[in-house]
Each structure stands twice: as structure tokens, then as C-alpha cells.
Design a binder for this molecule. Structure first.
Ligand SMILES: Nc1nc2c(ncn2[C@@H]2O[C@H](COP(=O)(O)OP(=O)(O)OP(=O)(O)O)[C@@H](O)[C@H]2O)c(=O)[nH]1
Ligand SMILES: [Mg+2]
Ligand SMILES: [Zn+2]
Length: 352
């Protein structure tokens, strides 16, 4: 248990009137509100007015969980029982927002990347990591969450064709803001601070090595996060950040650092989320359910012919549509299997 004698002001950690009301409604004797700020295999790191603690989930949370998303995630507000020897998370307050991804496999599951986030920074670097298809996936997943998002193209200091790559991103970004930055530039700190204000929680997501932790160092004005160079020196492997962690900045506001993800798949069955340009054009197609394939009078295919949108974008949209249909089929089946697993797990617990 890591504890602090001083009383913590939870408002700084994002405990606003929305969560205060929820905490009051979910009040049970002896339970107090806390925010999940970290997670490792066995414990959740939490902050509450009494200080910082490591907590486990209560039996009832585990008993009732079907999906991974039924368990606490970094950013969650939870009701906890703080005891001298052990602390327990007894319930999760309803989430204001969440970014989820689909865990792949035949049995699909929802994994929450971060909860109760106000802004998402999708980070991609302007070096060998630059990949429009991957960026489009991130945009689709985050668009489904409904959370405001901004695209940060890092390492502009070592890129020779920043303007060209920036334009390519602009074409798929729709109405989202895009910035080409160097993490080592003082203007980047100013830029990030226009978004991350007191009470605001921001999360940085993107592949490994794109500079998420470096940006967090930039906004915090100190080296609070370990970044790529240091880790390779001690041979820790490719992923420098290994767990999601929520950090309170001295300047106010919170940032969540996340480990780089190799792939991200949508948990929501969304056909056109993140493809606003295609969605807009499709209103002009002859058929309302046009798949922009072999149908006549298709405004989307016409736009590809005129160079308004790229053929790759349409291909990415088709892929998302196919995945979304596959997900619809798999979800109901997976939920049944997971419910059965839950009943079996709980029965064996009841017997023992
Ligand atoms: N030249 C340049 N290098 C950068 C920039 N941002 C980050 N780097 C370097 O890129 C490497 C990776 O940065 P990290 O911040 O550790 O990357 P990350 O996205 O947190 O990676 P994971 O934790 O593995 O997901 C480090 O060596 C940084 O110094 C930048 O804007 N310009
Ligand atoms: Mg990192
Ligand atoms: Zn069409």
C-alpha cells in the first residue's frame, strides 16, 4: 500500500459534478469514490481523498463480469472500501466515455483502452512508421467512441517531406484537427496545453515508438516518462511503455500514457464511422444502401474517378464494412459463450 497522509483534492483528478452525483447515488456505507490511475496483473492503482492505494476487485465485480469491459479500466471512477491491509473496488460508476477495442479471435471481447476521457491524441510519426491505413483504423475506433480527437504527426524535425505527408493525412482526416510537431519543440508544449486544461483527461494512443511518452514529457515539462532510447539501452524490448497510466500534470489536467498497439480493431459495429467524406458523398448515390461497388450512379465511385477521394480510402471503407458485418455475426455468439463461461466459473466458485 502506498499511502499519503495529506487529503487529496479529487476535483484535480477530474471528480466533477457529474461523478459527484453518481457517487452520491451509488453510496453504500463505508465506500468512497476513487479514480483508477494504473493497472497491473494483480492490482489497480487508485487515488481517493485518503491517498494512493493498490486495490483488488471485489468478489461481486468478478462474479458479475462477462466482458473484459465489466472490469475496471484506467480512468474509471469507482467506489472503494479502504482497509488497513487490503482495499477493494466494489463498483464502477457509469462511464462518461470509453475507448474500446475488439480483442480478436473467434470469441470477440471488448477491451477498454481508457475510460472517462475528454480528448484523444492519435499519434503517428513522420518516419518509417507513417501508415495511412493504420491511422484510418485509429480514426474509426476513436470516432465510434464519440470523444473529441486530434491527430499529432510527430518527428517533423527529421522528416524531409512533412508538407506532402501532412496533406495525405488531411485527406482522410475529415473535420479533425491535424498537427505536424516535433516533441522537442517548445511550441508543442503550448499546443498540447491548449487542449489539456485543468479537469480534462487526455489519452495518447498510437503504435510503439511514435513518441507518446515523449509528448507527455513535453507537456509536463520534465522527464516523468521513460522513452524509447532509454529502454533499448537496458534491453527491455520494443515496447517502452508497458502499462496504461494516468498522470496528473502540475499545470492541471491529466494525461494517460498507453503502450503502443500493434493493431486496433473496432468493438462497435460501425459502417462509416471515421469515413465522413464517404458518408457525405453516399447521400448522392442512387441507392440509399449503396455499397459503392457495382451499383449504377454511385457518387462515391465517381469521386474516386475524379480524384476527390483515393481508391485506397474506398478500399479501407469496404474492409471496415466487411469487418463490421463479421463482428455483428460474432458478437451474439461470443456473448452466449462468455455468459456460459461465467456461469460455470461461478458455479465452481459456489461449490468450493
Ligand atoms: N526526432 C524526434 N524523435 C522523437 C520525437 N518524439 C519522440 N522521439 C523519439 O522516438 C523514440 C520513441 O519515443 P517514445 O516516446 O518512447 O515512444 P512511445 O510512443 O511512447 O513508444 P511505446 O511506449 O513503446 O508505445 C525516442 O527515442 C524518442 O526520443 C520527435 O518529435 N522527434
Ligand atoms: Mg511510451
Ligand atoms: Zn455509392
Amino acid at each position: 500500500m502506498i499511502s499519503e497522509a495529506i487529503k487529496i483534492n479529487l476535483e484535480k483528478w477530474g471528480f466533477d459534478s457529474y461523478f459527484k452525483d453518481l457517487a452520491d447515488k451509488n453510496q453504500e456505507s463505508g465506500l468512497i469514490p476513487a479514480r483508477v490511475i494504473g493497472h497491473n496483473r494483480h492490482f489497480y492503482d487508485i487515488v481517493c481523498e485518503k491517498g494512493f492505494f493498490s486495490a483488488k476487485t471485489s468478489g461481486s465485480i468478478r462474479y458479475n463480469s462477462v466482458l473484459k469491459s465489466d472490469l475496471p479500466a484506467v480512468g474509471d471512477w469507482v467506489m472503494v472500501s479502504i482497509r488497513r491491509d487490503k482495499s477493494y473496488i466494489c463498483s464502477i460508476l457509469p462511464r462518461k466515455s470509453r475507448i474500446s477495442r475488439r480483442c480478436s479471435g473467434n470469441i470477440v471481447n471488448e477491451q477498454i483502452l481508457s475510460a472517462n476521457v475528454d480528448i484523444v491524441f492519435i499519434v503517428m510519426s513522420l518516419d518509417a512508421n507513417f501508415n495511412l491505413k493504420r491511422l484510418q483504423r485509429y480514426i474509426s475506433v476513436v470516432s465510434s467512441s464519440g470523444i473529441k480527437h486530434v491527430i499529432l504527426l510527430t518527428k517533423s524535425d527529421v522528416c524531409e517531406n512533412t508538407d506532402e505527408l501532412f496533406e495525405e493525412v488531411r485527406k482522410i482526416a475529415g473535420d479533425k484537427e491535424v498537427f505536424a510537431v516535433s516533441s522537442f519543440d517548445q511550441n508543442t508544449e503550448k499546443l498540447l496545453k491548449t487542449f489539456v486544461k485543468p479537469g480534462i483527461t487526455a489519452v495518447f494512443i498510437g503504435s510503439s515508438g511514435v513518441g507518446k511518452s515523449t509528448l507527455i514529457n513535453t507537456i509536463s515539462g520534465s522527464n516523468i516518462r521513460v522513452t524509447g532510447e532509454i529502454s533499448t539501452a537496458v534491453n527491455k524490448g520494443r515496447h517502452t511503455t508497458s502499462a496504461r497510466e494516468l498522470i496528473l500534470l502540475d499545470s492541471g489536467g491529466m494525461v494517460i500514457d498507453t503502450p503502443g498497439m500493434r493493431e486496433i480493431q473496432n468493438w462497435q459495429e460501425e459502417d462509416s464511422k471515421g469515413f465522413e467524406i464517404i458518408e457525405e458523398l453516399s447521400h448522392k448515390c442512387r441507392f440509399f444502401d449503396c455499397r459503392h461497388d457495382t451499383e449504377p450512379d454511385c457518387a462515391v465511385k465517381e469521386a474516386v474517378g475524379n480524384g476527390i477521394i483515393s481508391a485506397e480510402l474506398l478500399e479501407m471503407w469496404r474492409k471496415q464494412l466487411a469487418e463490421s458485418e463479421e463482428l455483428k455475426r460474432k458478437k451474439a455468439f461470443s456473448l452466449k459463450i462468455l455468459e456460459t463461461k461465467k456461469s460455470k466459473r461461478n458455479k465452481s466458485r459456489d461449490v468450493s
